[in-house]
Each structure stands twice: as structure tokens, then as C-alpha cells.
Ligand binder design. Structure first.
Ligand code: F6P
Length: 319
């Protein structure tokens, strides 16, 4: 029986489990033996590889995180590490492999593809920083989590007539802040793609105060500002007492939304069928409302287009 390996790598994202379940069930349906590699590329280097049967993926479609566990492996990034990974795959008789992860994991997948492994990649990241797909698995769940948090923070901010700086994840990509800012009605969105001036931020708060706003929610992507310093500067510049919440890892957990479960299940199932039909070194995605599949190399070359229109709309709606 031919084998197909699955590994999850990098930051976990809600929906990874739905993807694993779909791969295992589709693979077994088509007569393949499905193998789970534990803890991403780290587990691969250690040969931590196990059978996945139908029962092993029962009761996981609704769970956040990844039953396979994950890691960020430094060793795998070296030539020696990659050789070791190939040996382990060979030993386990795995020549077809699914990699579930974000940008870094896709580069890992590409390295194995270059060395002859038949690879298929599924975009799983809350950051949504892979340009070739409109949504990565887990992104919309994280947007939902942030939106809920904004609502709760707004209740207390409005009661105390305070400002609030909320720091969200996203690394170099402002999508989490933009989407959650739109759905949560944030007053200010500070993201890596746009240069912000403190003067402009303070002016917006002054203007809001003047028209009777009782809260000022500032959504900031990690790394753009020191949130505590920003809160202090807002207080000094406007007299509005401003608190800080760093949402942190709460954004990465939780039960995936229906959208993410469906996206993960469909991309995985379709991707597995493509792989067994001979399409390899590809990345599954979701573009313009349709499932897409393009060469991994091309997917990695695409550059993220900033959602300027959406950003301008948020600004307009928060005057
Ligand atoms: O890539 C997902 C992400 O959650 C980023 O938003 C964040 O910067 C990073 O991972 C945190 O990584 P770690 O789990 O290694 O601390």
C-alpha cells in the first residue's frame, strides 16, 4: 500500500485538525496508508512517524490546535537537516507528503520538493500573509476571536470613557487588524503596511472626543508600536486615559469557524486527489471564491497586495 505523510508546522491555526481529518479520510477512501509525522519538521528529523487510521481523526473537526503537534525547526533549515529528513522519509517509505503551515513551512515544503519528494502544501496561518490565497485556514477564526474581544473591551472602555490600545498578531501582515478592525468598528488601525504619525492618531482622538465618542479603540499589529508607550503618548497628547490589552495567543486557539472547517476540509480533500493524480509540488488555495491549486514555487513568489480600499473604508466609517 502506498503511503502519504502529513505534518503540521509553524504556528498552529484553527482548522488544521479539520484538514488532517479530511486528508486521512480521503486518503484511506482512495486506498492509501496515511502516516502522521509528529511535531512538524522536528518530528520528521527524529523519525517520529505513526499510522493514522479512520478512528484517529474522529472527533477533531471542531478542535483548535493540531493533534499532530507542531514546531519551528532550526535544524531542518540546514542542508544537513534536510538530508536527514529525506533519509527518514525514505526509511518510512513516504514519497508523498502534505505540509500544513504558513510561509516558513511552505519554504520547508519547497526544499523537500526540490529534493524529489512529491509535496502538496495547505495554507494554515492566522496571519493570512500568503499572497496567493485570499484566505488561509485559521485566519477567519482568529478574526472572529479578535472581533469578540474588541466588543468586550469596547463595553468597558465606553463605560469609563477611555481609550484602548489592542495589540494583535500578524507579524508583517496587517490583515488580522484590518479585518477585525472593520468587523469590530475600531477607530484606528495601525498596521505595518501604512506609516502612521502620532500627530494623526492624536488628531483623530481629539476629533472623536469633540463629536461625543465615549471610547477610542486602536488596533495595532505587533511590532508596529510599543503599545504601552503609545497609550502614554495618547494620554499626554489628549488627556484620554488609555489602557492596553495584548491579545496574544488567545488569537491562535479555539474551535474553528464553519468557514475554516469547510475551507480546510475542501482544500485537503481536493489536494489529496490532485496529488494521487500526479500533480505535485503544488499549493492549494482559495481565490475569488474558488479552490485554486498552483505550483508551490509560484505561490511563494507572489507578493501580498495591500487591501487599500478596505483600509480606506474603515477610516471613513470610523470618523
Ligand atoms: O505566524 C503566526 C504567529 O502567531 C504570528 O502572528 C506571531 O508573530 C508568531 O506566530 C508567534 O510565534 P511563536 O508561537 O513562535 O511565539
Amino acid at each position: 500500500m502506498e503511503r502519504i505523510g502529513i505534518l503540521t508546522s509553524g504556528g498552529d491555526s484553527p482548522g488544521m485538525n479539520a484538514g488532517i481529518r479530511s486528508l486521512v479520510r480521503t486518503g484511506i477512501y482512495h486506498g492509501y496508508q496515511m502516516m502522521g509525522i509528529r511535531a512538524g519538521f522536528t518530528g520528521l528529523l527524529e523519525g517520529d512517524i505513526h499510522y493514522l487510521d479512520l478512528a484517529s481523526v474522529a472527533d477533531i473537526i471542531h478542535r483548535g490546535g493540531t493533534i499532530l503537534k507542531t514546531s519551528r525547526s532550526q535544524e531542518f533549515q540546514t542542508e544537513e537537516g534536510q538530508k536527514k529528513a529525506l533519509d527518514q522519509l525514505d526509511k518510512a517509505k513516504i514519497h508523498k507528503l502534505f505540509v500544513l503551515g504558513g510561509d516558513g513551512s511552505f519554504h520547508g515544503a519547497q526544499a523537500l520538493a526540490d529534493k524529489g519528494i512529491e509535496v502538496m502544501a495547505l495554507p494554515c496561518s492566522i496571519d493570512n500573509d500568503l499572497a496567493y490565497t485570499d484566505a488561509s485556514i485559521g485566519f477567519m477564526t482568529a478574526v472572529e476571536t479578535i472581533t469578540e474581544a474588541i466588543g468586550k473591551i469596547r463595553d468597558t472602555s465606553s463605560s469609563h470613557e477611555r481609550g484602548h490600545v489592542i495589540q494583535v498578531m500578524g507579524r508583517k501582515c496587517g490583515d488580522l487588524a484590518i479585518f477585525a478592525g472593520m468587523s469590530g468598528g475600531a477607530e484606528n488601525i495601525l498596521i505595518p503596511e501604512v506609516e502612521n504619525s502620532l500627530k494623526g492618531i492624536l488628531a483623530k482622538i481629539h476629533q472623536g472626543k469633540k463629536r461625543g465618542k465615549r471610547h477610542h479603540i486602536l488596533l495595532v499589529t505587533e511590532g508596529v508600536y510599543d503599545p504601552y508607550q503609545l497609550a502614554e503618548e495618547i494620554y499626554q497628547g489628549t488627556g484620554v486615559e488609555t489602557k492596553v490589552t495584548i491579545l496574544g495567543y488567545i488569537q491562535r486557539g479555539g474551535s474553528p469557524t464553519s468557514f475554516d472547517r469547510i475551507l480546510a476540509s475542501s482544500l485537503a480533500s481536493r489536494g489529496l486527489e490532485y496529488l494521487i493524480q500526479g500533480k505535485t509540488h503544488h499549493a492549494m488555495g482559495f481565490r475569488g471564491g474558488e479552490i485554486s491549486c498552483l505550483p508551490l514555487e509560484e505561490a511563494l513568489k507572489e507578493e501580498k497586495v495591500f487591501k487599500e480600499k478596505l483600509y480606506q473604508e474603515i477610516k471613513m466609517l470610523s470618523i
